[in-house]
Design a protein around this ligand. Sequence first.
Ligand SMILES: [Zn+2]
Length: 455
Amino acid sequence: MIRLYDTMERRKRDFVPADPKRITMYVCGPTVYGRAHIGNARPAVVFDTLRRLIEHQYGAGSLTYARNVTDIDDKIIAAAEVEGVEPSVITERYERFYLEDMGALGVAPPDIAPHATAEIAPMVTMIATLVELGHAYEAEGHVLFAVASDKDYGVLSRRDREAMIAGARVEVAPYKRDPADFVLWKPSAEGVIGWDSPWGRGRPGWHIECSAMIAAHLGETIDIHGGGLDLIFPHHENEIAQSRCAHGRKPLARYWVHNGFVDMGAEKMSKSLGNVVTVDQLRKVHREEALRLALLSAHYRQPLAWTEALIAQAKATLDGLYRKVGDVEPGDVDRGVMDALRDDLNTPLALTRLMALNDPATIKSSGALLGLLSQTGEDWLKDRNPHVTVPLVGLSMTVHQGVIRAENHIEQKIAERAEAKANRDFGTADRIRDELAAEGVILEDGPGGTTWRRA
Ligand SMILES: [Zn+2]
């Protein structure tokens, strides 16, 4: 049994697909106007790993995985204007780069990759349905979703109204009935890309894209909807509202799975801080498989501090594993590695167990479940990869294992505290929090569950 932390219910739940022969998963994909940074790569690698686990558990072909490509957006239009080209020149270029970069990290393309510009008709149909049912209204060439018409709005993010309005950084436009209402369709000015619609020539808002494409390709209710924590509000909240109101209040997804952020050392990675590092830049100086392992070294819901030392540790771990596997054929997957992954994709624990294995065939097949050890030991250790590698001064497997062990200990304590809270044993919950605080680990309870950081 796979267990997943469901953001909707704020707890780990047994994963029971509606149809085990046709499991459906949708992950919000890239807006293609620039190179992907390492934060963008995290959901791609995390959900690729979940996909491998599901296909291992339920059989090849049991999962239909869709990841969209947002190829119409104001940032794309702006980038096209700067270069003096059609938006499609920008989007085709950066989609190609995205697939190259993710492929280098061992991420297989999804089964379905719907493009927004190719799916305008289902979006228009869904918007028209929402207008007809009184959940959306037209105003000055825009169509807006009427948040007040959905009594359950806010169910995923659990925000109150004021926080929602502040969080959405909404434009208070005079044509909006309510500042929280969001755009389903907006007018395109002369010379700007647009499509004909019942509300005039224009283009869709971002949120409706996912709702319409999920319904068109996977169905009205899917098993797993994934994405980064930053998408919970407003994007996923709005997807839920649109889909539920258009589909007779059926839920959009049965499990909501969100990954945490990548931080640059102690700082949050952001364009405004100027500390964004692209996958492309990293690929020039590091082994690609080491980047994947580094991304999987923390639990997917925890923040991941991206440092040179982390990548060097990942490379050292792979050196050790490749020395053990040589060129053997894969055998059976190790039960311990599998159990760790089944428990809400506990990749740090899975890696600890992988490193403790000694049988080469078991290491090879268990590594493959994490998307690792795809080469032969000889190829890896010869370093045929043209990339420069960072010297491993003062780093060793022992250091790496120590770090992972420490993280597991914290994860274990967080799980015990969650269980205590679920049993209304607040004394134990507080004691665990205080014990971790004494070790310099600060817990923070948030919408994606409990996260931790060092004091
Ligand atoms: Zn989406």
